[in-house]
Structure formats: structure tokens, C-alpha cells
Design a protein around this ligand. Structure first.
Ligand SMILES: C[S@@+](CC[C@H](N)C(=O)[O-])C[C@H]1O[C@@H](n2cnc3c(N)ncnc32)[C@H](O)[C@@H]1O
Length: 280
């Protein structure tokens, strides 16, 4: 119970009182996340990256934690918490940010498309990893913000922004044309509107534009879509099963690789011998 309520301050309580059903859904999500141990999930992710891409995931994680980008990002997270004006919750957490960096470093995509930027946490991690890989491009789609909020590039260092295009618009209208323009896409990340229908629509829209070894990622795979949908299977596993696309989830991040069809089910892949850091 103590863990479930961690980080809940007056600001969060105020938001909950204004929108109780949303607060309820957040509590369900917290309970689901509390059931997935961060260390075990990291171990599974490292094992997946090492096995599938032949990388030393521990070394990549060390590189991430020792980078100037990581230090800068932490400062920006603290700056967001001190922001005097309105800002929304929903920035990708530590686990998701590290996972995105590692996935991009391991899979080395050239063209990445994402939906849902908010203040740019996922965008910044994808860009930092692309640049460390030696190049690549990220095209992001975001419906927009209240002008009093922090900018969409709050988390994106200036030197990474030249590898980035940000389209402001509804993914329902803009995603198809964007994918068509930059296809084949090596990595697609959904992190916009987390309703069952919208998530499914984005996955279906992106799938035909993926390159042969392309990866489909989704944040918020554990989020219950609605109060009535709490006991229903969430959109990401439902889509992957229906399309017979092999997938795994690591905490709240879903990873699907259509080209792995017929191979191992990484959802069940968790060898115990994988270390989490050089010192472990
Ligand atoms: C969970 S936040 C994204 C978090 C971000 N990826 C990060 O790493 O911090 C979801 C974002 O999706 C945007 N969004 C919601 N519906 C959308 C739509 N139909 N098209 C594009 N963006 C949308 C919201 O404005 C919000 O900024």
C-alpha cells in the first residue's frame, strides 16, 4: 500500500479530485506495475537484447548512466517538477526511458516514428541513442499543448534537435501520411492516446510500413483502457496475438518484432544469469 501511494502529493490529489475515474485508472496501473519487479524486468530486457541483437546490454546500460545526456536529463526532470505553470503527468518513467535508449542502441534503427511527445522524454532518449549509433532520424507526432505548459522539446537537448522532426497534429490524420513519407520504418513507438481503439488503430496503421526487421513498440501496455475495461486484455497483447506477431512486455513497455514469427516467445524469456550492472 505504501508503494502504491508513493509520490502522491497535493498537486496529484487535486488532479484526482477533478477527475476521479482517471485517478482510479492510475491506481489500477500502479497496482499492476507494483507486481512487476524492476530488477527482474531489467534482467529480462537485457537478456532479450543480448540474445536477439548480440550486444552487451550491461555495457550499453553503463554507457547510458555515465553519459552527459543522462545527467542533463535528470536535471530537466527536476526542472519540470519545479515548473510554476500547468504541466501534465505522463512523462515516461526511468525504466521506460532507459529501455528505449537500450533498444535503439541495440537494434540500430535508421528511421524511427513515434506518436505522443508531451515534453520530449521518449524523443530525447531515442535521439541520444541514434546519435550515439552514428546517425538516424526521428519523426514525432503530437497533438499539441496548452501554451502555458513546458514546450514539447523540454527534454530534448539542442544538439539533438537537428535529427528530429516534430509534427503537430492528430495522429488519426497525420500518422498514415507520415509513415508513407518515411517508410520503411525501422522502429515505431506508440505513446499517444491510450484507448483500446486508438492504440489498435495505430498498430494496424504502422505495421505495413515496418522494414523487414522492424520493431513495433508501445508504451503503457498495462494501462487499463477504461473502468469497464479493467478486466479486458489490453490493446497491445490483443493486437499481437490477433496478428500473430511475437512480442514481449517489459514493465509498461511492449516490444513486438514481426520478423521473429515462428521463433521464441520472448514474453517467457528470463534467464537468471544475466547481470544488471558490471558490479552486480
Ligand atoms: C503519455 S504522453 C507521451 C509521453 C512521452 N512520450 C514521454 O516520453 O514523456 C501522451 C501524449 O500524446 C498526445 N496525444 C494524445 N492524443 C493524441 C493524438 N490523437 N495524436 C497525437 N498525439 C496525441 C498528448 O497530447 C500527450 O502529449
Amino acid at each position: 500500500m505504501k508503494g502504491l501511494l508513493a509520490g502522491i502529493d497535493a498537486r496529484v490529489v487535486g488532479k484526482a479530485m477533478r477527475n476521479p475515474s482517471r485517478a482510479m485508472l492510475r491506481l489500477v496501473l500502479r497496482a499492476r506495475l507494483a507486481r512487476t519487479g524492476a530488477d527482474e524486468e531489467r534482467r529480462r530486457l537485457f537478456a532479450f537484447l543480448s540474445e536477439h541483437y548480440g550486444v552487451d546490454a550491461v555495457e550499453l546500460a553503463d554507457e547510458y548512466h555515465q553519459s552527459d545526456f543522462f545527467a542533463w536529463f535528470r536535471e530537466r526532470r527536476a526542472a519540470l517538477e519545479r515548473f510554476p505553470g500547468p504541466y501534465r503527468l505522463g512523462t515516461t518513467g526511468e525504466f521506460g526511458c532507459e529501455a528505449l535508449y537500450l533498444l535503439v542502441r541495440a537494434a540500430r534503427p535508421r528511421v524511427v516514428v513515434e506518436t505522443g511527445v508531451l515534453y520530449g522524454a521518449s524523443s530525447a532518449h531515442i535521439l541520444a541513442a541514434l546519435v550515439r549509433n552514428g546517425g538516424g532520424e526521428l519523426h514525432s507526432l503530437e497533438i499539441g499543448r496548452d501554451p502555458r505548459e513546458p514546450p514539447h522539446h523540454h527534454f530534448v537537448p539542442r544538439e539533438l534537435q537537428r535529427h528530429w522532426t516534430l509534427v503537430i497534429g492528430d495522429s488519426r490524420h497525420e500518422l498514415g501520411p507520415l509513415l508513407k513519407r518515411y517508410a520503411p520504418v525501422d522502429m515505431f513507438l506508440h505513446d499517444s492516446l491510450h484507448t483500446f481503439d486508438h492504440m489498435t488503430w495505430e498498430f494496424e496503421t504502422a505495421l505495413p510500413y515496418l522494414s523487414p526487421a522492424g520493431m513495433l513498440l508501445s508504451d503503457d501496455v498495462l494501462n487499463p483502457p477504461s473502468l469497464l475495461g479493467v478486466f479486458r486484455e489490453t490493446a497491445f497483447p490483443a493486437f499481437c496475438k490477433r496478428r500473430e506477431v511475437p512480442y514481449a512486455t517489459f514493465k509498461n513497455l511492449g516490444v513486438a518484432i514481426p520478423a521473429m514469427a515462428g521463433r521464441a516467445n520472448y514474453g517467457a524469456f528470463a534467464p537468471a544469469e544475466v547481470r544488471l550492472s558490471r558490479s552486480a
